[in-house]
Ligand binder design. Structure first.
Ligand SMILES: Nc1ncnc2c1ncn2[C@@H]1O[C@H](COP(=O)(O)OP(=O)(O)OP(=O)(O)O)[C@@H](O)[C@H]1O
Length: 256
């Protein structure tokens, strides 16, 4: 999957300038950078989630298996079943644990031999099965925040995507729940391509294979800050020997 010449506007505001990124299959790519540099905006372009944001306009292309997902003939809902998203705040549906998982396969008309098996497989895949197998009919709201986030990951993988986008998936969680999600991400990498926005540089360094560092450049006349990609490299390389001074300043805490 890759982003080519991605520019994003909110009305007249140029939020992201000319981003080019290639995402490795079965790798975790982290997107880091100071607040407002456009990380979430870029992430939302990768499964056409920005289509749902009033006033947002995307230029450039996102190639998924060689196909530009922004071509007219492409159905954005189909895109989102292949490229799923997990949000910052766990957002289970007001339904049972079971129905949270079954919902996606049902509404997308997925052919399923046994829904029970699919629910179990998704919950096992999200390392949640043992904790919930005896209360599948209970409300998802009864779970802890960390469990709810793993439920949201299970809900995402139930529709069998091959890319999972994660927008600061641990920022609402305590360190123990965070560590569980990080372990889970590393397990999921065997089967999925993961792209994660994080504010937590240690998290990017711990879990990701590659890191993209973004910053925001103020326009000299308007003062508007447009996000741009500064550096994209193997995570070890970017954190140990960054190419760009702006990356070095950010990762060493001198900026942002
Ligand atoms: N729906 C929107 N309407 C208008 N402007 C927006 C919208 N969403 C984001 N922006 C603006 O686009 C720019 C990039 O925002 P974005 O949320 O992508 O950055 P970010 O790097 O993810 O920030 P943070 O780390 O604080 O979440 C910011 O200036 C933001 O105010």
């Amino acid at each position: 999957m890759e982003a080519d010449g991605l520019n994003v506007f909110y009305g007249d505001f140029h939020a992201v300038h000319d981003v080019n990124l290639q995402f490795g299959k079965n790798e975790i790519t982290a997107m880091i950078g100071p607040s407002g540099c456009g990380k979430s905006t870029v992430l939302r372009c990768l499964n056409r989630m920005n289509d749902l944001v009033a006033g947002a306009r995307v230029e450039g292309s996102v190639l998924y298996h060689g196909q530009n997902i922004y071509e007219k003939k492409v159905d954005p809902i189909a895109v989102r079943t292949h490229i799923g998203m997990v949000f910052q705040k766990p957002n289970p549906f007001p339904k049972s644990i079971y129905d949270n998982i079954a919902y996606g396969p049902r509404v997308t008309g997925m052919k399923v031999d046994s829904m029970d098996d699919l629910v179990e497989e998704a919950l096992r895949g999200a390392a949640l099965w043992d904790e919930v197998k005896d209360k599948l009919k209970q409300s998802a709201y009864g779970l802890s925040g960390g469990q709810q986030q793993r439920l949201c990951i299970a809900r995402t993988i139930a529709t069998k995507p091959d890319v999972i986008l994660m927008d600061e998936p641990c920022s609402a969680l305590d360190p123990i729940a965070t560590s569980k999600i990080e372990d889970l991400m590393m397990q999921l990498r065997d089967e999925y391509t993961i792209i994660v926005v994080t504010h937590n540089m240690q998290q990017a360094a711990r879990v990701s294979d590659r890191t993209a560092f973004f910053t925001a450049k103020p326009d000299e006349t308007t003062g508007n800050r447009t996000g741009l990609l500064v550096e994209f490299d193997r995570t070890k390389q970017l954190f140990s020997n960054p190419f760009d001074k702006r990356t070095e300043d950010y990762i060493s805490g001198r900026f942002g």
